[in-house]
Design a binder for this molecule. Structure first.
Ligand SMILES: Cc1cc2nc3c(=O)[nH]c(=O)nc-3n(C[C@H](O)[C@H](O)[C@H](O)COP(=O)(O)O)c2cc1C
Length: 177
């Protein structure tokens, strides 16, 4: 079933398979000595509860990756399901006509604090470690504060946005009808 251990699947095979994997949509923000930046990121994971640690994977050549490294702090804002436009904005899809990705976006924060997007579930982190892997930088942070937006998350799968539906509720509603 498996080929030799040292052979890898072609990148396109990997990309196609990963399209089927669902993930939350986040906006990673940072502010500090090199300025304020934000980018949409789906590669977000919990690492450990003690100490509270998370990771995000950022394209190493991106502005957000170098800004997070330089500023030493970042915030992972897990977007609520209604925030598709914010996700598009921070993925650069509006860069052609909007100079500042943050303009008109409701944020909590002060100068030098990574912006906390209103309505998101936000994890404020201090940069702990970066690891280069392939084209990306694994950014590991210790969580210093959490603001729970308590909203249903926006999901990314197969190149489009989705809602998370509670399976047990769905099943009982089907049974009721
Ligand atoms: C749903 C979605 C998920 C994304 N996830 C990631 C990701 O996990 N890591 C990443 O580096 N870029 C990701 N991107 C692409 C970045 O948002 C985009 O390249 C952004 O412009 C990078 O910021 P920069 O222009 O400041 O460098 C994603 C885009 C979308 C639409």
């Amino acid at each position: 079933m498996f080929k030799e251990f040292d052979s890898l699947v072609p990148p396109q095979h990997f990309i196609n398979a990963m399209r089927g994997v669902a993930s939350s949509v986040t906006v990673v923000t940072t502010d500090g000595p090199v300025g304020r930046y934000g980018a949409t990121v789906s590669a977000f994971s919990s690492v450990s509860a003690d100490p509270p640690t998370v990771l995000v994977c950022l394209y190493a050549g991106s502005r957000i990756a170098s800004a997070v490294k330089e500023n030493g702090r970042f915030c992972v804002n897990v977007l609520p399901e209604k925030a598709q436009e914010i996700a598009d904005r921070f993925a650069g899809r509006h860069d052609g006509w909007i100079d500042d990705r943050f303009s008109g976006i409701d944020c909590i924060g002060a100068c030098d604090i990574p912006p906390i997007i209103y309505g998101a579930s936000s994890f404020l982190c201090s940069l702990q470690q970066t690891v280069k892997s392939g084209t990306h930088l694994i950014v590991i942070g210790h969580v210093q504060d959490i603001l729970d937006g308590c909203a249903s998350p926006l999901i990314w799968r197969d190149g489009s946005y989705h809602k998370a539906v509670r399976q047990d509720l769905h099943v009982s509603r089907v049974a009721e009808s």
